[in-house]
Design a protein around this ligand. Sequence first.
Ligand code: 2AL
Length: 246
Amino acid sequence: MAEPAPDRACVINVINPNTTESMTALIAQAAQLSAGPHIRIVGRTSSFGPASIEGHYDEALATIGMLKAVAAGDAEGVDAHVIACFGDPGLLAAREITTAPVLGIAEAAMRAATFIAIHFSIVTTLTRTRVIAEHLLRNYGMEHACRRVRAVDVAVLDLDKPDANVRGLLLRECRDALDHDGIGAIVLGCAGMADLAQDLSSELGIPVIDGVAAAVRFAEALVGLKLKTSKVGDLAFPIPKARTPI
Ligand code: 2AL
């Protein structure tokens, strides 16, 4: 029997909604490493907003730059978008303005966790950002599955600083979660932790889920299934009206 012709390359627009280029490079590399063959990752840095997203104000500002990055990806004809920040800032707004699938890394990681475990814990950056994950858990109907939202108290922009000992802190917090939370999986709560998941998983002997990889693979699956964001009902294009251009 003849082999099916490989699909044309699928292009995924991986948006870092903060304005830090070095973080985009880390995210894009992790995305490409976790993607299947025939997947091309376009890493895109927000052109507007905060250098890192660590609170509600940061999220509100970051949403504008993220939406511009979705529009830029659509103009290039990408097949799907990933919002690579664990607060999934502006996820539903992004789904309104495009027909391509849009995945947020928090939702993707949480859903991946529930496919392979009954309960999970999240390990995020600053204690202050825990409330963002808690709100998402409620919105996504995942409260029952998440045992605890933990933090290592490292700022997003310190994650790649060798002095911050991020691997050591994450290892300690994940081990504590494993010993005390009654969980089967751990979700990492920041895109800037994407390069650490596999190493932590091997060291701890428990699935450690990076949302960037999960979102890229779910995006691939939706593109493969030829499923697009529905324009019927709640995610229809925004109602035309006078708006200040973004
Ligand atoms: C994040 C993230 O993923 N990117 C960012 O700027 N802030 N999340 C977090 N919990 O701090």
